[in-house]
Design a protein around this ligand. Sequence first.
Ligand code: GTP
Ligand code: MG
Length: 198
Amino acid sequence: MKIKYANFTISSPDVSKCPDPIIPEYAFIGRSNVGKSSLINMLTGRKKLAKISSTPGKTMLINHFKINEEWYLVDLPGYGFAKRSKTERVKWEKMIKKYILNRTNMLTLFLLIDIRIEPQQIDLDFMDWLGISEIPFVITFTKADKLKPLQVEKNLKTYNDKLLEKWTELPSTIVTSATTGSGKEDVLNFIEKTNKIF
Ligand code: GTP
Ligand code: MG
């Protein structure tokens, strides 16, 4: 699939303020700084579409971008940002869970994980919650350009082994780099295929 048009639609503080759920959408979530906005820019070929933050965890808004007038990409605020207060963390969790559980047109959640670091409890816990809630997700590894290919393979295996301690079936995974553009086709093909079932 080629992305011809990509436009910012709206930033919403709550799922109830999001655009009408009449076309499919795909949301990007993960720890603060993992590369959600960078991946959206890489996919759309627009360097400044989603804001790359130098101060992570600043805003808590749901950002919609309309693609080819047919579907939305959604940039969600990150989690696990250490400097956030307890009150803010609770607010984040409420807002995100409400969005994920109620957004009827959200077909798949791309859960971003930094390929360089070992499995983090916060991500594993979030995946458990997605599993229990029956939310389809794809593990999307980011920053693959920062490792040698062999190390990428090694880290993937470590991650899968960790997941298999709990999951009987492994979730789909895609390896990406916003810097080199690797994984772009994988993500877009997945979306193209999934759009057809909406
Ligand atoms: P929040 O919105 O704060 O939650 O962060 P985010 O997940 O949107 O991350 P963002 O896209 O702002 O990227 C964070 C930092 O990682 C930036 O300095 C990016 O340039 C860098 N980065 C993101 N993706 C990649 C990648 O694939 N490769 C490399 N080398 N750097 C990346
Ligand atoms: Mg961001």
